[in-house]
Design a protein around this ligand. Structure first.
Ligand SMILES: Cc1ncc(COP(=O)(O)O)c(C=O)c1O
Length: 381
């Protein structure tokens, strides 16, 4: 009897974890200190120094970092925060959870990043902050947004969930905002399973740190062995968002590997650029001059022609070729919780209806990459 040959499913994303992460976690487990402590501090210092910012605080997710960012920024009812709609719901949700109102602005048709002119047009007397999101790992116009925020006395918050290792004109994404937030969620450019970081101005990160550990004026690691454990003050009513050391142990090793991960992602993106160029109705990502792209995503746009739409391509890739893809994003203004805003964002809608993210991650082999290329050529033939 012939064995049934099945092609293994190639997921849209898979993390790259090795013996270094295993050893670091084991070290933490054996140390007796599992929660936010020395490993989290090491991770924070590594991120802070790489970005060249004042301070960094390791938290349980990027969503937690966003919530802390808006609370630390003092966003309150009546305040407006400008954000793209072509993003994950985390930033708009966190604005609402802080009492503020997200105001959705249009993105650039080539980079899918927030358009500085559209953001400027959205500024009103209630605007307090602008959240930019570096789509796919390509930094937005950092200089333009810094100037816009300064000219209007607004806070600039970088949602750098996609841009852990990316530059524009020599400036690293996450280093220019008053605050920047990062995600180490399972599918990100590096991962801790769940996790995030908030980095930036000393006063704001300090406020976020206080709010993220119940409003307690010292950390449990700082008190450990030095003072009575219950000897603390709560100076503001806070939340619990700290990253545990078991998680940070994975983070310190993944952060070390991040440059290599990005280099491998760039190789895969270059292979797609070479091999997929010229397929009619398939638009490949635009990378601007002066950008060192983080390549978290390889986002293509698929024009709907003769029954071949983004969704049918994704279905055929999954069901026939056993290749996973993803969509970034359902525009937030189209989601039930935000439909009442009634925004008119035609560029966002056009991109969102066509966008598909192809697999692009360091755990892919050359054969995996060729499989994706061949599958797309077959679909287009
Ligand atoms: C742009 C963006 N911001 C924020 C988040 C939230 O990250 P986390 O899952 O770490 O809370 C995500 C997650 O996918 C994201 O894509």
């Amino acid at each position: 009897m012939n064995p049934v040959v099945t092609v293994p499913f190639l997921p849209w994303n898979r993390p790259s974890l090795g013996q270094e992460e295993e050893a670091e976690v084991l070290d933490t487990l054996r140390s007796g200190w599992l929660t936010h402590g020395p490993k989290a501090t090491r991770f924070e210092e590594a991120v802070r120094d790489a970005l060249g910012v004042d301070d960094a605080f390791a938290v349980s997710s990027c969503t937690a970092a966003l919530h802390l960012a808006f609370l630390a920024a003092g966003i309150r009812p009546g305040d407006e925060v400008i954000t793209p709609s072509l993003t994950f719901c985390a930033a708009p949700n966190a604005v609402v959870q802080s009492g503020g109102t997200p105001v959705f602005a249009e993105v650039d048709p080539d980079t899918y990043n927030l358009d500085p002119a559209a953001a400027e047009a959205a500024i009103g007397h209630r605007t307090r902050a602008i959240v930019v999101m570096h789509y796919a790992g390509q930094p937005c116009d950092l200089a333009a947004f810094r100037k816009l925020a300064d000219d209007h006395g607004l806070l600039l918050i970088e949602d750098a969930a996609h841009a852990l290792h990316a530059w524009r004109d020599g400036t690293r994404a996450g280093s220019i905002g008053d605050l920047a937030v990062f995600s180490f969620y399972a599918n990100k450019a590096m991962t801790t399973g769940e996790g995030g970081m908030i980095a930036g101005r000393a006063d704001l990160v300090q406020a976020a740190r206080l709010l993220g550990r119940h409003g307690i004026d010292s950390s449990v690691w700082q008190r450990h062995g030095k003072q009575r454990t219950a000897d603390y003050e709560v100076t503001v009513p806070g939340l619990k968002y700290t990253m545990p050391d078991i998680t940070a142990a994975v983070g310190v090793q993944q952060w070390r590997k991040l440059p290599d991960f990005t280099a491998r992602r760039a190789q895969i993106a270059a292979a797609y650029d070479r091999s997929l160029a010229g397929l009619p109705g398939l638009r490949l990502p635009t990378v601007l001059d002066g950008v060192r792209h983080g390549r978290f995503l390889y986002p293509v746009l698929i024009d709907p022609v003769r029954g071949r739409s983004r969704d049918t391509v994704a279905d055929v890739l999954r069901e026939v070729h056993r290749i996973g893809t993803s969509v970034h994003f359902q525009p937030v203004h189209r989601l039930a919780a935000y439909r009442h805003t009634g925004c008119h964002l035609p560029v966002t809608d056009r991109i969102a209806a066509r966008q598909l993210s192809l697999p692009c991650y360091p755990a892919m082999t050359a054969t995996d990459v060729q499989r994706v290329i061949d599958a797309l050529h077959t679909i287009w033939s």
